[in-house]
Write a protein of this length. Structure first.
Length: 202
């Protein structure tokens, strides 16, 4: 029975197939240059898509405590944005929260807000993994081969996969305009969870 879940190896092999290269049995350790290129393109697309902010990598309410030894508030490595409602002076710098209003890393109290995190590929919903793979395949084709009919096919698959992800996000998100922690904007854009997202592919 085929695996119902798309693995990172599956994604890499999809990219290799789009480029006309032989598939691999592992992406661990020493692999071909083609496989390394495919992994790099997948990682780039993965980060790019997750940075946009979706329901699956958005935490509406998290609290980070003050380190008693130095007064710093440390942020987990996979958190790329942390927003405290109505407190715009706080921002992530490195792995700590910086208070711009007081020009210091020393925070007087624990902070509660919303966070955007980067998940491992295998933790993503299938719709997200599929879209990331399609984007990576098209980007890799553009970079290493060029533009032709195959590129147009890959682009069409990417657009379709993105729409499937948008539909998935709309169906699974529980945001409303009345949610207290849904109001902060994601990734510095004008997008508010629960509203229509500006789609770069349309």
């Amino acid at each position: 029975m085929p695996n119902a879940r798309l693995t990172k190896l599956d994604a890499v092999n999809d990219i290799l197939s789009a480029l006309g290269h032989r598939q691999v049995t592992t992406i661990q350790g020493t692999t071909s240059q083609h496989a390394r290129n495919a992994v790099n393109m997948l990682n780039q697309a993965d980060r790019m898509i997750q940075l946009q902010g979706w329901s699956f990598n958005y935490l509406p309410e998290v609290t980070y405590s003050v380190d008693a030894s130095n007064g710093f508030v440390y942020i987990p490595d996979n958190v790329v944005q942390f927003t405290v409602p109505f407190e715009r002076q706080y921002q992530i710098r490195g792995n700590r929260v910086f208070d711009r209003s007081r020009n210091t890393y020393v925070i007087e109290t624990a902070l509660t807000g919303s966070a955007k995190v980067l998940l491992d590929f295998d933790e993503l919903p299938e719709a997200a993994k599929n879209y990331i793979t399609r984007m990576a395949a098209r980007s890799a084709y553009d970079k290493f081969i060029g533009s032709d009919e195959t590129r147009q096919t890959l682009y069409a698959e990417e657009v379709m996969a993105r729409q499937e992800l948008v539909n998935y996000d709309a169906e699974t998100a529980s945001y409303t305009m009345l949610d207290h922690y849904s109001q902060p904007r994601l990734c510095g854009s004008d997008y508010v969870p629960g509203t229509i997202r500006n789609d770069p592919l349309t």
